[in-house]
Design a protein. Structure first.
Lengths: 368, 92, 359
C-alpha cells in the first residue's frame, strides 16, 4: 500500500469533514499536542474547512520551542569552542539564544553540522578522532530512542569523543500542566501519534479520567487529523472522556516494548525547565549514571550562563493554548520568521511561525 | 516533534553492535536503526524518524481504518450532506 | 507588509532580535528572502540603474541608436558552486552552460554565445577538469551555442570547493517580443513545464551528508529550443522564468511582486516525481521550494494555453507540462495555493536555507 498517499485522499478527507459538520452542536476547544500536527493542519488548510465551532489550539509539542534558553546558550557556548564539532537537527539552527544562534556561530567559523539522525553524529565522531563531537539531543519520546541508540553505539564502539547535550522532554507531564492550570480552556486532546508509537497510550487513561477530557491518538496525514478530530468531537458531543486510538496502523496501547526498554536503560526521569512555561517536575529525561560520561554538560564547563529572554515574547501562553500568535502585540511586526523574538516563531512547526506563514495573510486576504 | 515516514525494510544487518536495516521509502533508500524491532523481517513496513524505526506499520490496520472511514462517507452521502455546506458555513 | 519593513532597533523594545546583519551566512545564498534583502541592501545601492532594476533572469537592453539593431539584446551571468561536482543527471559544467543559456532565453532571446570563467582549487585532478569541460561542450552543442571567451584562475587548496565556474551569456530578442516578470496580467494562465524538485534532491542525494540515496536525476537541461517552440505556438507569452534556487514558490512570489498581481495555483496540478516526494517527506522539505534546473514557469493569456501545452509536451524537456493556476488582480504580490484537500494556503518566499527537520 502507498501509505502516505492513501491517507491524503482528498475525497475521504472531505467526507470526514462533512461528518464533523453534521454532528457538532456547540463550541469545543481541542488541542493538538504535537507541533508536527500544527504544521500539517495549517499546511493543508484543514483548519479552514472545519466548522467554526471547533477551535484548534496548539500545544507545546515543539521540542525546539520548549528547550530552555539556558541549554541553548550552553549549546552555543560549546559550539563556539575550538576542536568541537557541534551536530544538530536542522530545526535548532535558527533558534535564538540570548545573543546568538548556531547559524551565526557557523558563519564565525564554529564547526556546526546539520544531521538527519543522531547516529550520523556518532559516525562523525568516529571519522574525526581529534575533535569532540557533541550532539544536541532535543526531542520528545519520539526522538528519544534515536538519541538513546547513539549513546549505546558510542559506548559499544568505545568512543571517547562523543557526547550528548540532552534536552529530552515528555508529553504526559505537559498535558497535566496544561489541564491542571486554572485558566485551561482545552476540552479535548489529539495525542501525538509518533510519541505513542514508541510509548503506547497506557499513560493517558488516568489523565483523561482525572480531568474529564477525551484523548485521541492521532496521526499526521490530513485523513489522520480529521479522523482524530472527528473522534474527539464525537466524544465531546456525548460527554465522553476516554482514550481512543485513531492511528492504529502504527500505535498499540502498550507501544514498542523494546524501545521502552532501551529508553529505561539509557535515560532516567529528571526535572525539566520548559522555555516559556517554567519548571515541570519529572517532565524530562537525563542520562543514567552508567552513561554520564556521554553527558556534554559534564564534559564541558562553559561557565555561568546568563540568559536573557525577550520581555515581550508570550511564547509560554501560546504553548499552553491560552493565547493565539495573533494575540501577541509583536506578532508579524517586531517578531517574524526573519527576526524572531522567541522559539515558536523560528521552529518550522512552532505555532507562531506556522500562523505567520499560513494564516495571518489569509485573514488579510479575506478582509480585502 | 514527529516527522516520521513509512518505508519497507529491504535489508537487515548489524553495524557497530546495533541492529540496522536498509529502508525503501519509495524511490529513496536510507539506513535506519532496527534495535526496537528485533522481530522485524525483510519485507515488513515500518515508520522511521531521525534514522530510527519506531514501530512496525500494519497494512491490515491501515486498510481497516480506510474502510471504516469510507463507510462514514457513504452514510453521509445518503443523508445528502455535500461540500456546499462546508463552504457556506465558513463563508468562503 | 512585512517584507517592506526592516525592524527598528530603537525605542522601548528588546534589543535581542538576531538579524545576521554583520556577516554573510549561508542563508544569504539560498535564493530566498535573505538573498533578496542582501541584494536590496548592498548590491542595488551600489549598482543601481534602470536595466538592473528590471530584476529579471537576464538584462534586456538596446544598442545606441546609430547601431540600427532590430530587436534587443539579452545578457545574463551566473556563478556555479555546486558540490559535489558530479551528480545523477549532470555536473557543474552542464549546470554552468544550461543555467546561463536558460536565463538568457527567459527574455525570449535566441541564445548565441557564452563566456566561461574558472576558479580552480589547487589539487583538483586534471581528469576532473577534462570531464567537466567535455560536459560543457556537449551541453553547448545541444543548446546550439558557442563558448567564445574564458578565463582561468587557480586558488590554494581549501579556497574553492574543487571548482567554481562563472558563465555569462548573450542572446538576441526579435523585435516586438516583450517577456518579463512585470508583464503578468489578471486573467492569464500559469503553466509549469514539468515536475518539481528533481535537481535539488539529486544534488542532496549525491552530497551524501544526509545518508540517503534517491532514484532521482537532476533535470538540468538547455531550454532554449523548448522556449522557441513554445513562442512559435503561443506568441503572446507574458512571463518566462526558471524556478531555480528557492523553487517554484519563491519564483512565483518574485513574479507576483514584479507584476503587482495575485498568482493562484492548485497543489494537485503540480507534478512531483514520487521519489522526490518521498525524499521531501523524509527530510521535511516542501518540493515547491526545492531547486530546479530544467523547468520553466510560463504565464500567458488563457486563450493560448492549449497551443502552448501542445508545443511543450511535444518537445524534449516539456513532456510533463501542466496548467497549474491563474493570475488574479488581488491580493497583489501574493501567491495562494489551493491544497489537495480544498483549503487555501499562502505560499511565502523561502526565508533562509531549507534544512532537514525532525518536527
Amino acid at each position: 500500500m502507498e501509505f502516505s498517499q492513501a491517507f491524503r485522499d482528498s475525497e475521504l478527507v472531505q467526507r470526514v469533514i462533512g461528518e464533523i459538520h453534521r454532528i457538532v452542536t456547540r463550541d469545543w476547544v481541542i488541542m493538538e499536542i504535537c507541533g508536527g500536527q500544527t504544521h500539517a493542519i495549517l499546511h493543508s488548510g484543514l483548519d479552514q474547512l472545519l466548522p467554526p465551532q471547533i477551535e484548534l489550539v496548539h500545544g507545546p509539542g515543539c521540542p525546539v520551542c520548549v528547550t530552555s534558553l539556558e541549554l541553548i546558550d550552553k549549546g552555543l557556548a560549546i559550539a563556539s569552542l575550538p576542536k568541537v564539532i557541534f551536530c544538530s537537527f536542522g530545526d535548532m539552527l535558527r533558534v535564538p539564544g540570548s545573543s546568538n544562534d548556531l547559524f551565526a556561530i557557523k558563519a564565525s567559523g564554529g564547526q556546526v553540522r546539520v544531521v538527519y539522525s543522531p547516529l550520523d553524529a556518532v559516525k562523525i565522531a568516529q571519522q574525526n578522532p581529534d575533535k569532540q563531537v557533541v550532539f544536541f539531543a532535543i526531542g520528545f519520546e519520539t526522538t528519544a530512542p534515536a538519541n538513546a541508540a547513539s549513546v549505546l553505539q558510542a559506548k559499544a564502539m568505545g568512543l571517547k569523543n562523543f557526547s550528548l547535550l540532552v534536552s529530552q522532554v515528555c508529553v504526559p507531564p505537559a498535558m497535566q500542566a496544561i489541564l491542571g492550570s486554572p485558566d485551561n480552556r482545552v476540552q479535548g486532546f489529539l495525542a501525538a501519534g509518533h510519541v505513542c508509537a514508541v510509548m503506547g497510550y497506557w499513560e493517558y487513561p488516568p489523565i483523561a479520567e482525572k480531568y474529564g477530557v477525551p484523548i485521541v491518538v492521532t496521526g499526521f496525514e490530513p485523513l489522520d487529523l480529521v479522523q482524530g478530530i472527528l473522534m474527539t468531537v464525537q466524544q465531546l458531543e456525548k460527554g465522553g472522556h476516554s482514550v481512543e486510538n485513531a492511528y492504529s496502523r502504527v500505535v498499540t496501547q502498550e507501544g514498542n516494548q523494546a524501545a521502552q526498554a532501551m529508553l529505561r536503560r539509557v535515560f532516567k526521569l529528571v526535572d525539566r525547565n520548559w522555555r516559556g512555561i517554567g519548571m515541570i517536575p519529572m517532565s524530562g529525561w537525563g542520562l543514567q549514571p552508567e552513561f554520564s560520561e556521554f553527558d556534554a554538560e559534564n564534559r564541558f564547563n562553559v561557565g555561568a550562563i546568563q540568559t536573557k529572554e525577550s520581555p515581550i515574547c508570550i511564547a509560554g501562553e501560546i504553548l499552553r493554548g491560552l493565547k493565539k500568535p495573533t494575540d501577541c502585540p509583536a506578532f508579524g511586526t517586531l517578531c517574524n520568521p526573519d527576526n524572531p523574538l522567541g522559539a515558536p516563531m523560528v521552529s518550522s512547526e512552532g505555532a507562531c511561525s506556522a500562523y505567520f506563514r499560513y494564516h495571518r495573510q489569509i485573514e488579510t486576504t479575506s478582509r480585502e | 516533534m514527529c516527522l516520521a515516514v513509512p518505508g519497507k525494510i529491504i535489508d537487515i544487518y548489524e553495524q557497530n553492535s546495533l541492529r540496522m536495516g536498509r529502508i525503501d521509502f519509495g524511490g529513496v533508500t536510507r539506513e535506519a536503526c532496527l534495535e526496537a524491532l528485533p522481530d522485524a523481517k525483510v519485507g515488513d513496513y515500518t515508520i522511521v524518524h531521525a534514522g530510527f524505526a519506531l514501530n512496525l506499520l500494519s497494512e491490515e490496520e491501515a486498510q481497516e481504518t480506510l474502510d471504516a472511514l469510507r463507510e462514514i462517507g457513504d452514510i453521509e452521502a445518503e443523508l445528502g450532506l455535500g461540500d456546499t455546506d462546508i463552504v457556506s458555513s465558513r463563508g468562503l | 507588509m512585512t517584507e517592506n519593513m526592516l525592524p527598528s532597533f530603537e525605542g522601548p523594545v528588546c534589543p535581542i532580535p538576531l538579524r545576521h546583519d554583520d556577516q554573510i551566512v549561508m542563508g544569504h545564498g539560498s535564493g530566498g528572502r535573505m538573498t533578496q534583502e542582501l541584494i536590496a541592501r548592498v548590491f542595488a545601492p551600489a549598482f543601481s540603474n534602470d536595466i538592473l532594476a528590471q530584476s529579471n533572469d537576464s538584462a534586456v537592453f538596446s544598442l545606441p541608436a546609430n547601431a540600427e539593431l532590430k530587436g534587443q539584446l539579452s545578457v545574463s551571468t551566473d556563478s556555479h558552486i555546486v558540490s559535489p561536482l558530479f551528480f545523477a543527471g549532470g555536473d557543474i559544467g552542464r549546470l554552468a552552460v544550461c543555467g546561463t543559456v536558460n536565463d538568457v532565453s527567459m527574455s525570449g532571446a535566441i541564445a548565441l554565445y557564452l563566456t566561461a570563467g574558472f576558479i580552480i582549487e589547487e589539487g583538483l585532478p586534471i581528469d576532473t577538469l577534462v570531464r567537466v569541460t567535455t560536459s560543457m561542450q556537449a551541453a553547448a552543442r545541444e543548446a546550439g551555442i558557442q563558448i567564445i571567451a574564458g578565463d582561468t584562475k587557480v586558488v590554494e587548496r581549501g579556497k574553492a570547493d574543487g571548482l567554481f565556474i562563472n558563465t555569462a551569456g548573450i542572446g538576441w530578442i526579435p523585435a516586438g517580443r516583450q517577456i518579463g516578470g512585470a508583464f503578468a496580467e489578471p486573467g492569464d494562465s500559469v503553466l509549469i513545464s514539468g515536475a518539481m524538485g528533481d535537481h535539488g534532491i539529486a544534488v542532496l542525494s549525491a552530497r551524501g551528508d544526509l545518508g540517503f540515496e534517491a532514484e532521482v536525476k537532476s533535470d538540468v537541461a538547455p531550454l532554449n529550443t523548448l522556449i522557441q517552440n513554445l513562442l512559435e505556438a503561443a506568441p503572446h507569452v507574458h512571463v518566462l522564468r526558471d524556478p531555480t534556487r528557492g523553487g517554484l514558490a519563491t519564483t512565483l512570489n518574485e513574479i507576483a511582486k514584479q507584476s503587482g498581481v495575485c498568482i493562484e495555483i492548485v497543489e494537485g496540478q503540480i507534478p512531483v516525481h514520487p521519489a522526490v516526494r518521498a525524499a521531501c517527506d523524509m527530510l521535511g522539505f516542501d518540493p515547491l521550494y526545492v531547486a530546479n534546473e530544467g523547468k520553466i514557469i510560463i504565464i500567458l493569456p488563457a486563450a493560448e494555453v492549449d497551443a502552448a501545452l501542445d508545443a511543450l509536451r511535444h518537445t524534449q524537456y516539456g513532456e510533463e507540462a501542466m496548467l497549474i493556476g491563474q493570475v488574479k488582480p488581488a491580493p497583489a504580490a501574493r501567491v495562494l495555493m489551493k491544497t489537495t484537500i480544498g483549503g487555501t494556503r499562502v505560499l511565502d518566499v523561502l526565508a533562509g536555507e531549507m534544512l532537514p527537520r525532525i518536527c
